[in-house]
Design a protein around this ligand. Structure first.
Ligand code: MD3
Ligand code: FE
Length: 216
């Protein structure tokens, strides 16, 4: 291998620390992608992507669905986890084994043993979709880590502090990157900048993000 290729190969699988308890595992999900993509079709055939309304009355630009025992939802009454998809009246589709295996392996690689998620939020970003700065506060146990998997187009993630006005660090999240955070970083503000349209070879003009949590 040429030295530049060797460097790129290492870069592809690097481990980057974003905060005291936040790691970016570059390319960690790449070996799983061929199995993950057909799972997305199965999940969305049961519970399609939809744009939900926030308690403030805004329609989210990000479309979402869920798999696993619990799914994250929002409407005019608030944010919460439910076992039933409010649009279908049926349970959310079950979490594919390969999803749970990937989440568990990534958590272990980042130093969190025995992560067994019961919820997987699947976010779909079309060009222009964004997620404004927020905290994830709807889960029961803040000691459990969260694992996020990025697929498709590259997004710019914003990583803030514990106050809304704290400065943010911007991080590019590419196809196959996995982020794991917990502990003291669990309640940090974060968001995603409006998605630029640079079509991806496998997924086209979209970004799909899985966020695994222990919600119940
Ligand atoms: C929390 N999703 O669904 S990954 C969300 O890319 C969400 O779809 C984003 O924020 C997405 O709630 C970001 C989740 C994430 C990543 C890093 C964090 C949440 C974080 C760091 C600290 C706290
Ligand atoms: Fe979040």
């Amino acid at each position: 291998m040429q030295s530049l290729e060797l460097f790129e190969a290492i870069e592809q699988n690097s481990c980057q620390r974003l905060g005291p308890a936040t790691m970016v595992l570059r390319g960690f999900a790449v070996p799983y992608v061929r199995e993950l993509i057909p799972c997305i079709q199965v999940i969305t055939a049961i519970s399609p992507f939809r744009q939900m309304v926030t308690p403030g009355g805004f329609t989210m630009s990000v479309a979402l669905t869920n798999c696993g025992a619990l799914g994250w939802t929002t409407d005019r009454r608030g944010y919460r986890y439910t076992s039933i998809d409010p649009d279908t009246g049926k349970p959310w589709p079950s979490m594919p084994k390969v999803f749970a295996q990937l989440a568990n392996a990534a958590a272990t690689a980042a130093g969190f043993d025995n992560f067994q998620p019961d919820a997987c939020l699947v976010n779909r970003y079309a060009p222009g979709a964004r997620l404004s700065l927020h905290q994830d506060k709807n889960e029961r146990d803040y000691d459990e880590p969260i694992v996020s998997v990025s697929l498709g187009m590259t997004a710019t993630f914003m990583f803030g502090g514990h106050e809304r006005n704290d400065p943010t660090v911007k991080v590019q999240l590419n196809h196959g990157d996995v982020m794991v955070w917990g502990g003291v970083d669990r309640l940090r503000y974060h968001g995603v900048m409006p998605l630029k349209d640079n079509p991806h070879s496998l997924l086209g003009s979209q970004r799909i993000n899985f966020t695994f949590r222990k919600a119940g």
